[in-house]
Design a protein around this ligand. Structure first.
Ligand code: HEC
Length: 190
């Protein structure tokens, strides 16, 4: 049966719009929910962030964090010093670029030593530490020993440029390592 153009148009329009309306209503509704959900997640993470920022650590927690930070600096120093140390050992593979990077890092990390001891943690017996209490009465000496390490790491970069080989690495290990030891003898508990 033929439907007249007018009728067909009407039927189509109605059908189309109803479907369209229902579909876009649900899709729109879904999108709104998604937006609302995303907004809620963002808001709650912002809120928990501000709650975190608002609640300061207890003095004990702060001291534990300070100890962990300075020990992290020494772990990184050991990591980088170990790179050159491995090259200096018999059978080690020399890599001039890796040695240069490691020495630059040691030099940079040495500048952080006085800073990571800025907080006096002597009063806190909780965190496990090998730092001597005498550090906080002799901060200038600590800074001097840290500076010695930085200077040795800098000089070692010149050594490396002049002797980019395993012999250079040995010389460097012999020059830098004792700067670690000098401070450990003075300020690191056994
Ligand atoms: C100016 C002083 C100083 C210098 C220089 C220094 N250290 Fe130390 N180091 C310390 C002190 C103090 C501690 C103990 C820190 C603590 O337990 O709170 C320490 C701890 C460490 C630790 C143990 C970290 C841990 O996980 O508890 C390592 C490893 C280490 N040093 C390696 C090195 C190496 C390698 C160098 C040289 C490249 C070096 N240190 C240079 C003072 C120094």
């Amino acid at each position: 049966m033929q439907t007249g153009p007018e009728q067909r148009g009407t039927i189509r329009r109605t059908g189309c719009c109803q479907e369209h309306f229902t579909e876009s209503f649900f899709r729109g509704n879904f999108m709104m929910k998604r937006i609302a959900f995303t907004g809620a997640v963002l808001l709650s993470s912002l809120m928990s962030f501000s709650v975190m920022a608002a609640a300061p650590m207890s003095p004990e927690e702060q001291a534990a964090a300070d100890v962990a930070t300075r020990q992290a600096v020494f772990k990184l120093l050991a990591f980088n010093n170990g790179i050159v140390g491995a090259m200096a050992r018999p059978g080690g593979t020399f890599d001039a670029a890796a040695a240069k990077t490691a020495l630059e890092r040691v030099e940079m990390l040495s500048t952080m030593i006085p800073e990571v001891f800025a907080k006096d943690t002597r009063a806190f017996k909780g965190p496990k530490t090998a730092a001597s209490d005498t550090i906080w009465d002799n901060k200038a000496d600590l800074a001097k020993l840290a500076g010695d390490l930085g200077a040795a790491a800098k000089a070692a970069q010149a050594t490396l440029a002049a002797k980019p080989n395993a012999d250079g690495a040995k010389e460097i290990a012999g020059a830098v390592g004792p700067k670690c030891g000098a401070c450990h003898d003075r300020f690191r508990l056994k």
